[in-house]
Design a protein around this ligand. Structure first.
Ligand code: ADP
Ligand code: MG
Length: 363
């Protein structure tokens, strides 16, 4: 069956797999364009549900629920990359799904992501797959020490990663991670971590936001500075890399490309997020069209908007109990976003604040 390629008009419905804060902010952006959203996820207390026109609580394996969901939606996308590819493939037989399920499959595998980066001629940390103890010696020879062992699949916010300082560390880390397929990466001493948020429409047009600089604590994003502190030539190169990735994948939607900037101004690709990204939240206030609206436009077949930044910005994540003091936060200035999550577990992203500064005047 061929899936119709006509756009989702105002009044139409965009389906989103996943009900977290990214889905919530996508639904809010869609609603401004007159597009309804239908959220599908297995959790009842989904932050996106509070702002969506329709909600289905069902498992990603429930074929009849997936079919019913697809029948309501003119297009479907996803807000996190650990959705089973099988569910996304089923939906793609019934309606337009963006980004393509093959791209989701690629972005679920750290090895495939790094191989793509290399095929496009981009640098990455040295890496080697470890599928069993027999692979360890050769992998260490390829990456050197120190290194980081990462599960190939399902990691996020530093989960599924172990630091490796010695050969015996590596064997222990492999056991510790559950003997699943892993990727060993040489440790990169970067001067900054940056991300490039970029969009490609159904017509192939690309818009790339200014690269932002990301400061992590305990492997969780703490702060994003927009724009990143780097010179214009490096900025241009980072944007060209993101554009090349979008074009090579025939991508539709927003992508987040995480990179390391080294002392010698080399950019290395770290990972790809086939979705809107935490490090792009600043675009809500600092750009005419945000990453969320851009994603809705792209997957619904609309023209993209301008990715221009009219202000500098600092975005700070509110983690765990930090959002409990919402009255103080609300009085401090800045754009406050709270995600409507009931339980403030440690490290959980509960909201964020974005502060704007005139261009070039960020402290
Ligand atoms: P995820 O974001 O899916 O948890 P990442 O691969 O982005 O996984 O790793 C999380 C963080 O760990 C990165 O943002 C970076 O700070 C650090 N890190 C990851 N890989 C490397 C590496 N090869 N060298 C140095 N630091 C790394
Ligand atoms: Mg990451």
């Amino acid at each position: 069956m061929t899936v119709p390629a006509h756009p989702v008009p105002p009044g139409g419905t965009l389906g989103i797999l996943g009900g977290g804060q990214l889905g919530r902010m996508l639904a809010m952006a869609a609603s401004r364009l007159g597009i309804r959203t239908h959220i599908y996820c297995p959790e009842e207390d989904a932050p996106a549900r509070q702002v969506a026109a329709a909600f289905t609580c069902a498992s990603y394996e429930d074929e009849s629920a997936l079919t019913a969901f697809a029948q309501t939606a003119g297009a479907i996308s996803y807000e996190f990359e650990n959705v089973p590819v099988s569910a996304v493939r089923s939906l793609a037989r019934l309606t337009a799904v963006h980004p393509h399920p093959d791209i989701l499959a690629l972005a679920q595998d750290r090895l495939a992501e790094k191989q793509l980066a290399r095929q496009l001629g981009f640098g990455t940390a040295p890496f080697a797959a470890i599928d069993g103890p027999q692979d360890i010696a050769a992998a260490l020879a390829a990456t050197g020490l120190p290194a980081i062992l990462k599960t190939r699949r399902m990691g996020y916010d530093g989960k599924g990663q172990r630091a490796v300082r010695t050969e015996s560390d590596c064997a222990r880390a492999f056991e510790d991670l559950g003997r699943v397929p892993t990727l060993l990466e040489g440790y990169v001493t970067f001067v900054a971590e940056i991300s490039v948020i970029a969009a490609r429409g159904r017509d192939g047009t690309c818009h790339v936001f200014d690269p932002a600089e990301n400061i992590h604590e305990n492997h969780i994003l703490r702060r994003t500075l927009a724009p990143a502190r780097m010179d214009a030539a490096v900025t241009g190169r980072a944007q060209d890399m993101a554009r090349a990735i979008l074009q090579s994948l025939n991508y539709v939607g927003v992508i987040g490309v995480e990179m390391f900037l080294t002392q010698s101004n080399t950019l290395l690709i770290n990972e790809l997020a086939p979705r809107v990204h935490n490090s792009g939240h600043w675009t809500l206030e600092a750009c005419e069209v945000s990453q969320f609206e851009q994603h809705v436009r792209a997957v619904c077949g609309w023209p993209l908007g301008p990715a221009l930044r009219h202000s500098d910005a600092v975005m700070v994540n509110l983690l765990g109990t930090e959002a409990d003091d919402w009255q103080a936060l609300a009085s401090e200035g800045g754009a406050l976003h709270l995600y409507g999550k009931a339980e403030a577990k440690e490290g959980r992203k509960m909201g964020h604040i974005t502060r704007l500064y005139p261009l070039g005047q960020r402290p």
